[in-house]
Ligand binder design. Structure first.
Ligand SMILES: O=c1ccc(O)c[nH]1
Length: 347
């Protein structure tokens, strides 16, 4: 993307995020990654009259490969964390989510925006106030529920006991002290009680495995008991390469908490495309987490909701064509949101 365009979308982003004179915006990056984003965010912050600086961490030294969430590069670096706590806003170009350091910075009142996706996708999925309002409607509804049931024509039937963990919104900008968000995003989620998720999930062709960044090709049956996955296999005795890959990946962490059930919710952005992974390679799949009417469940840590599971093994799995009920009230039916206030244009 041309640097002027990148400046322009960063300026729009920081305007949405309420940056103003007398604020300090810190930008965090790692190694040589996203130096152009850092420059554009700092330029945008200056245009809005804020002070700004860029903190660059060394490259990760651990073996590349697994997406080990929570290992932030700030661990063991209290001076750096303290500096970031002093900022009003932190633009995180590294993906700090699930790390202790992110929570400490938020607790100090610093708002955090993560931004790691390819620039054309950032431009395509600029936040809007309307989408924020619809995500917040979802938050209000989800907060009040005590159970969530998800079903699908392929055989999914799983129930989450709610009420233990808070709900979280992601609408792609953050103008509230201490609040984290991720650009681009449009979804709402919570987590089931630690021992309160039971049933079966059948992944169908076209459901999405993040961080593999692949579409499921052979159905996968997951058995869930008391909040943990106890079995992963193909359906009706059929072999499934996707089941084998999922099982092998989780096993490689050698951590029983990697089988825990993590966050769960639905996506609301009608501009986000299910086929998006084919169009914007190189990102972490935020378009897929956000596409309208997807039901996304996750595996692994629940510490971002205040839970005890901080395993680095994490999957997000957006699914098509599911139905989601809160206390038996339909919210998503066959992949379509049925609550008018959450639909585009409120219809
Ligand atoms: O924005 C995100 C990204 C990953 C994740 O698990 C949740 N939210």
């Amino acid at each position: 993307m041309n640097p002027n365009q990148l400046n322009d979308i960063c300026l729009r982003q920081l305007t949405f995020s309420g940056v103003h004179e007398a604020e300090t915006v810190a930008v965090l990056s790692r190694g040589a990654e996203r130096a152009d984003y850092a420059d554009s965010f700092m330029f945008a912050a200056q245009q809005l009259g804020a002070s700004t600086y860029h903190m660059r961490l060394p490259d990760a030294t651990d073996a590349a490969g697994a997406w080990a969430v929570g290992e932030s590069g700030l661990a063991g670096n209290p001076l750096a964390v303290d500096a970031l706590k002093q900022a009003d806003m932190l633009v995180d170009l590294t993906f700090l989510l699930f790390s202790k350091e992110q929570f400490a910075i938020q607790d100090a009142g610093t708002r955090i925006l993560t931004c790691v996706e390819p620039a054309p996708l950032l431009a395509k999925l600029m936040p809007t106030k309307e989408l924020r309002e619809r995500v917040e409607v979802g938050d209000e509804i989800l907060k009040k529920a005590s159970t969530m049931r998800i079903t699908s024509p392929h055989g999914t039937d799983v129930t989450y006991q709610l009420g233990v963990y808070p709900t979280m919104t992601e609408y792609g900008y953050t103008d509230t002290p201490g609040r984290w968000d991720h650009w681009p995003a449009a979804f709402v989620f919570t987590g089931g009680a630690d021992d309160g998720v039971d049933g079966t999930i059948v992944l169908a062709p076209g459901d999405v495995l993040l961080p593999f960044n692949t579409y499921v090709q052979n159905p996968v049956k997951l058995t869930i008991e008391k909040g943990f996955i106890t079995d992963i296999r193909g359906v009706d005795g059929a072999s499934s390469l996707d089941a084998d890959l999922l099982a092998a990946y989780i096993k490689s962490f050698d951590d029983p908490r990697g089988y825990g059930m993590s966050h769960v919710g639905w996506g609301l952005d009608e501009r986000a495309q299910w086929h998006g992974l084919t169009q914007f390679p190189g990102g972490m799949g935020m378009e897929l987490r956000s596409f309208y009417g997807n039901v996304m469940f996750s595996i692994g840590p629940n510490n971002e909701l205040g839970g005890p599971n901080d395993t680095p093994c994490h999957f997000d799995i957006p699914m098509r064509g599911c139905s989601l009920f809160l206390d038996d009230e339909p919210i998503v039916v066959d992949g379509d949101i049925v609550v008018p206030d959450m639909r585009p244009g409120g219809k």
